[in-house]
Ligand binder design. Structure first.
Ligand SMILES: [Mg+2]
Length: 393
């Protein structure tokens, strides 16, 4: 493996295999061939060219070197191989080896969650029930994680929801998620769009002018990204994400993979695209996060992305006809953007329990302030293991 494109192809293959593995496992069938496939992917990754720090050195279509820190991809593959090869008890031992304090945290979390089934479950994905990956496009859910979440999801009385700010489809969470069964509703764009297992995409209505501006903007950005010099920007960090009423384009990643001048040239080109779209009578607001540009149509200062995950929860409660008042709901998150889910559920009169994956004192304080029962853990692995254990009673 030498090319970045091959890296992504490999990770996409791992998604297919992992989906099958999780499926067979939940049906209590063995899948030795799939483990071999997964091992082969791990070996290919292992043998790929690396620098002295162990960072992958791959090439884009123009033979420029792209550095990829594949810590997430490699460690999650190793975890999957252990889970399926050595069994669940030894897998938990392994998790306690790699996470100091895992056993105590797990114990405490299980006491908090309890064994009585929840009526509802809303959870964020990245950094919450899925370990954080520096590259959105290859943040494939591991199969062990899908097994754990499937088992817990089945115990929830009403449809459980995975709610993320990432887009739903076209390199969205539908492709990244390997849960094999129709247990969860997947919701993207902070809950503004969702689909059941393989059902159609449903989205909340957005004004006509937003849709027109987004179509024009996205078509131009796609053209720009098709140029060989720019294709690499789909392969780093946040990549290219078409959300509802907002588009994210990465121009750099946390590893600084892109040379400064290339990055700057691409940002200039994106600004020219925005100027062109503005020239058509739209107005696109540009927010620079330091690694990505977030582009959203605006009118009178308003944008569609003022929508929070709390609005998303409310939208889904209506759409899926969920009963919330007086019901036991578990909400999981890891950042401030997840707080509105907790607040919305409290406001809707639910009996809310919240688990946040964070050691940030301010954020912990803000979760307490919502009035929900709350618990905190240090890593997504503790959370998913705890959910699984509470599902098995
Ligand atoms: Mg998150």
């Amino acid at each position: 493996m030498e090319k970045v494109a091959e890296f992504y192809q490999l990770m996409d293959e791992s998604a297919t295999i992992r989906r099958i593995m999780a499926d067979y496992y939940l049906l209590r069938m063995a899948s030795p061939t799939q483990i071999e496939f997964l091992k082969r992917i791990a070996v290919t990754l292992d043998n790929a060219p690396r620098d002295q720090q162990g960072v992958l050195r791959l090439k884009d279509e123009q033979d420029r070197v792209v550095l990829i820190k594949d810590e997430y991809e490699t460690s999650e593959l190793q975890k999957d191989i252990r889970f399926f090869e050595h069994g669940e008890a030894l897998f938990l031992n392994y998790l306690s080896e790699i996470h100091p304090g895992f056993g105590e945290e797990l114990q405490q979390l299980c006491t908090f969650i309890g064994s009585e089934p929840y009526d509802l479950f809303f959870t964020d994905r990245d950094g919450t029930v899925n370990n954080y990956c520096g590259r959105y496009r290859s943040s494939i859910q591991p199969a062990y994680n899908a097994v754990y979440l499937s088992r817990f999801g089945k115990t929830v009385r009403q449809t459980p929801v995975i709610l993320t700010s990432a887009p739903l489809m076209e390199d969205g969470i539908r492709e990244l998620c390997v849960i094999p069964e129709p247990i969860y509703v997947l919701a993207g764009s902070k809950g503004g769009e969702y689909s059941t297992f393989d059902g159609p995409r449903v989205s909340r209505p957005v004004p006509d002018w937003v849709e027109k501006a987004m179509d024009s903007l996205n078509a131009r950005i796609e053209q720009l990204l098709q140029q060989p010099a720019n294709h690499v920007f789909t392969q780093i960090g946040s990549g290219f994400q078409k959300k509802l009423g907002e588009t994210t384009v990465a121009y750099q990643d946390v590893f600084g993979s892109i040379p400064e001048q290339d990055s700057r040239r691409f940002v200039d080109e994106l600004h020219r695209v925005v100027a062109d779209v503005d020239g058509e009578g739209h107005h696109i607001r540009v927010e620079d996060t330091g690694k990505d540009l977030e582009l959203m149509p605006t009118r009178g200062g308003g944008t569609v992305s003022h929508f929070t995950k709390g609005d998303g929860l409310r939208f889904l409660v209506n759409e899926l006809e969920l009963q919330v008042a007086g019901k036991r709901i578990l909400i999981c998150g890891d950042t401030e953007a997840d707080l509105p889910m907790v607040e919305a559920a409290v406001a809707l009169g639910a009996d809310v329990s919240a688990v946040f994956v964070t050691s940030d004192k301010d954020l912990r304080g803000r979760v307490y302030e919502t009035g929900a029962r709350c618990e905190f853990v240090s890593t997504p692995d503790v959370l998913v293991a705890g959910l699984d254990r509470s599902a098995s009673g």
